[in-house]
Structure formats: C-alpha cells, structure tokens
Design a binder for this molecule. Structure first.
Ligand code: SF4
Length: 489
C-alpha cells in the first residue's frame, strides 16, 4: 500500500512559477464538477415521475441521512458581475409568497419520503437568503422542522450579504440553528466596489465577522472575486491583507468570467477597466502565495481553509468530496433541492427545479413537484464521477480500488484517457505510478484540466464535427467551461 502523499502541504514556489509558465498554453478553466455529469447535460426527459421514482428509492434507503439545499432568489440590488439566478426586488410581498410555496414543496417532497428524515447538512443560498425578514426566516425554518430532523450538530450554513444584516439578525441565525456562515465580499477597494455596484465598507463586513465569532458560529467563510474592473495585483493584495485581519476559517477566491452576452448585468461593466489576462494571473498567483504564507491550506479549485478546518482535515485524511455547494465532508448523502433552480441529487438522479417563479408556482399550484430537468446516471457516469471526485478532492486515484468497486479493467476502459493524462504528465500536472494516479502541486492549480480528461461528454463533443457541436448559450443554461461563482451574495 502506498503512503498517501497529502496534497494539503503548502504550495511550493516552483509549482507556482511552473503554473505561470504554463498558463498561456494550458487553460485552467473548465467545469467546476460540483456534479458529474455537469448541469448543462441535464435534460427535460427527466420529469416529475422520474423524480418520484428517485424519491421512492431514497425512501427505501432510509434511515440514511440527507443533505438539503434551499434557494432564496431575491436581492435588493444588482451586482454587475452577477451570474446567479436571482430576482431583483424590494417588495417583501414577493418573498412572503415564495416562503409559503417553499413550505408546500417541502410537504410534497417529504410525503414521498414517507417520514421524517435526518438532515445532517443544509445550506441556504441565493440570491440573498438574508433578504427574507426575520418572520419569513422563522417560517422557512419551521417548515423544515415540520418535515425533517435537523440535529444541532449537523452542518447548517447560510450565505450572508454583510450589507443586509446586523447583530440582531446574526443572533437570529444562531437561534435558528445555523452554525456556519459564508459572507460575500469580492473586493474592499472602493473604486472596484463602485464599478461592480456593490458598496460594502470593510467595517460593515468586520462587524458581521465579529458577531459570528461572538455568537459561536463554528465556521466563517469569505468569498472574494478576482478579475473585476480596476483590480490590480497591488490593490487586490490590499484586500487580501484586510481579509487576513479577519482570519476567516475558509476563503473562496473565484475568477470573474466576463460574459455579457450570457449574463445581462455584466453589460454594465466597463470592459476597458478589466485587468488583462496576465494581470489576472498575477493576482491569482500572489493571492495564493500570500494566503499559503499566512497559514491557509490550498484545498483546490479556488478554495482555502485554515489547517484545523473540517475541509482541510478531511482532505488530509483523503475523505474530501464534492457536491453542489463545492467541497464538502458530507457529499455522500442524497441531496434535496428546494426553491427555483435548486438542484437535488437523489438515488442516482440529478433533478433541477423550474428556473422562474411563475413556473415554480404553477407546478406547486397543480400539486406537482416543480421538476424542470435532470439526469439519470448510468454506471459509466457513476464510475467517472468517482474518478473526477477523487482527483479533484484528494488529488489521488487508487486504481485497484476503482477496479474492484466498479468491476472494470482500468487500463482498457480508459486507454484514450490515459494517453491524454500522459500528455498532462509530460507538463508535470500528474504522476502515474503503478496502481495510482496522483495530481501534482502544479496539477492542483489546473485540476479542472485534469478532471476534464475523464469527462465522457466533453470527449464526445470534441469528437463531433464543429457544426454538430452544441449551440451557443442563450443564458437559459449554465455555461460550459466557465468557472461559476455562484456563492457570491
Ligand atoms: S451577486 Fe449575489 S447579491 Fe449580487 S445580485 Fe447576484 S445573487 Fe444578488
């Protein structure tokens, strides 16, 4: 048995300089693989009856614990970089209606599960979950408790817009059982904030972080975005220094993808003010250097954590996983999604809900679950999902284990993939040893590229003549190859 070489060690300078050198040649962009197959492969063929069947299978697997995602789409103001599914409004009449429909959706779903199930991981995302007023939050939580058990020692997290909460609101979140918070920051520079239409003074964010600590939240996570207008390496470094004074347990540093043809709000961003590709790379490298020097572990895919944080510990022990919320220590559970555009993963099926409020309400008014599309995984999908997960999360693939679990011969099943992997190996991204594939330090910085080798659907796209390739995106579907930054409230 090989010793597990932990990928959690600090990134070395050599890997970072190799990364710089390769950046022009190897594109580090690609799917984030919060699911495999990726959400853009979901289709309308998976309908409500298929979801019923999935829920029946999930019911048969009781008492296995569940994970749950709840989408609150409302925001008071638009951030110009936004690529999320949200509804801009100040009208709380709209959220009151939404809250009551969320209750209906939970009741319908729970009826199919045939009893109260334990939810060990829950996450409220958006939009802006803290758009809901205290009474609305209590109602949503009451609906959850009516249909599910949410033990206090589970992971219960919520995305917070620091501009919209005060100490009292944070105290309410603690009272409601949330024990992890994730705060959208993006950048503290006033000029950048103005250009993205998100004015958020440092003091405001600090007050929320202080409140979280005082109230005993187990983990505080901050989101930054690089590649925004007016950012330079020096300016972003200043933001990073201020962030370090807050010492969040986790940090996400997302890349901004400027796609104004897909995401309308981005048309209000001045393209001439965007940093060049070279500057953007510089910002990323110096951020990684600074954060790792400050003691953060590079988890991978834009994520950093303090060494004693659950994510870093799970990665050291080789049991980190991915789900729709990104890296997780609980990803093995079936996940239920509630609210518009929410994605669930239930008994080998992915299910996504209607994207608009109208469709969502209409389905529930008719007593139907609001399924819009989804995907039923075949055994090949499960196999590849496991491989991609192992490479992305723990940086190592144990071939004998995969062969035993899936009853395959790895070398003959993945001959084409191994040839591609060897090309990445020549560039130093992976190391192949008898019985295992290991992602190097450099490879971890380009891990999407490594994972893409095992994506059957990308391979099929590439093999097709250009005319037969998928049509340009009209904004209704997630974009392929584009790093998403969905947790940026
Ligand atoms: S970035 Fe977040 S807070 Fe801003 S508009 Fe989009 S969903 Fe709302």
């Amino acid at each position: 048995m090989h010793t597990h070489t932990t990928p959690s060690a600090a990134l070395d300078r050599r890997a970072l300089s190799d990364f710089r050198a390769l950046a022009g040649r190897i594109d580090g962009n690609g799917p984030r693989y919060t699911s495999y197959p990726t959400a853009d492969r979901f289709h309308g063929g998976l309908d409500e009856s298929a979801y019923h069947a999935a829920l029946a299978d999930c019911r048969a697997a009781a008492p296995a614990p569940l994970s749950l995602y709840l989408h609150i789409p409302f925001c008071e103001n638009i951030c110009y970089y936004c690529g999320c599914n949200k509804v801009i409004t100040r009208d709380h009449g709209r959220s009151a209606k939404y809250v009551s429909y969320l209750g209906r959706e939970m009741a319908l779903t729970a009826a199919h599960l045939g009893g109260r199930r334990q939810v060990l991981q829950s996450h409220w995302g958006g939009g802006t979950p803290t758009f809901l007023n205290p009474a609305e939050m209590r109602r949503v939580m009451a609906s959850l408790h009516e249909h599910f058990d949410l033990p206090a020692d589970g992971e219960h997290s919520i995305e917070i817009d620091p501009r919209r909460v005060d100490f009292e609101r944070m105290a309410l979140l603690a009272e409601l059982g949330f024990n992890r918070v994730s705060l959208g920051v993006q950048d503290f520079d006033p000029e950048v904030q103005q250009a993205i239409h998100r004015i958020q003074p440092f003091e405001e964010t600090r007050a929320v972080v202080d409140a979280s600590r005082e109230l005993g939240f187990r983990s505080v996570s901050l989101d930054l975005i690089y590649g925004l207008p007016h950012q330079t390496t020096a300016r972003f470094n200043a933001t990073v220094e201020r962030v370090l004074t807050l010492r969040p347990d986790r940090l996400s540093v997302y890349s901004y993808a400027h796609l104004p043809h897909v995401f309308k709000p981005q048309r209000r961003i001045d393209e001439n003010a965007l940093p060049s590709a070279g500057e953007k790379l510089d910002i990323l490298v110096s951020t990684i250097e600074r954060l790792t020097a400050a003691g953060y572990v590079y988890i991978g895919m834009d994520h950093f954590a303090l060494p004693d944080d659950d994510l870093a510990v799970a990665q050291r022990e080789g049991r980190l996983q991915r789900n729709f919320q990104g890296y997780s220590t609980h990803a093995g559970y079936d996940q239920l999604g509630f609210g518009i555009s929410a994605i669930g993963a239930v008994a080998g099926r992915y299910v996504q809900s209607a994207r608009t409020l109208d469709d969502y309400y209409a389905a529930l008014d008719a007593g139907r679950l609001p399924v819009m599309r989804g995907f039923t995984m075949a055994s090949d999908d499960r196999l590849r999902r496991e491989i991609i997960g192992a490479l992305m999360c723990n940086g190592v693939l144990d071939i004998a284990q995969i062969e035993a679990r899936h009853g395959i011969d790895f070398a003959s099943t993945f001959a084409a993939e191994l040839a591609d992997l060897d090309r990445l190996g020549a560039d130093g991204l992976v190391r192949r040893e008898p019985g295992r594939i290991e992602v190097t330090m450099l490879g971890r910085l380009l891990v999407r590229r490594v994972a893409m080798v095992f994506d059957r659907y990308l391979r099929e796209d590439a093999a097709r003549p250009p005319a037969a390739q998928p049509a340009a995106n009209d904004g209704a579907q997630p974009v392929r190859f584009v790093p998403r930054y969905s947790r940026v409230v």
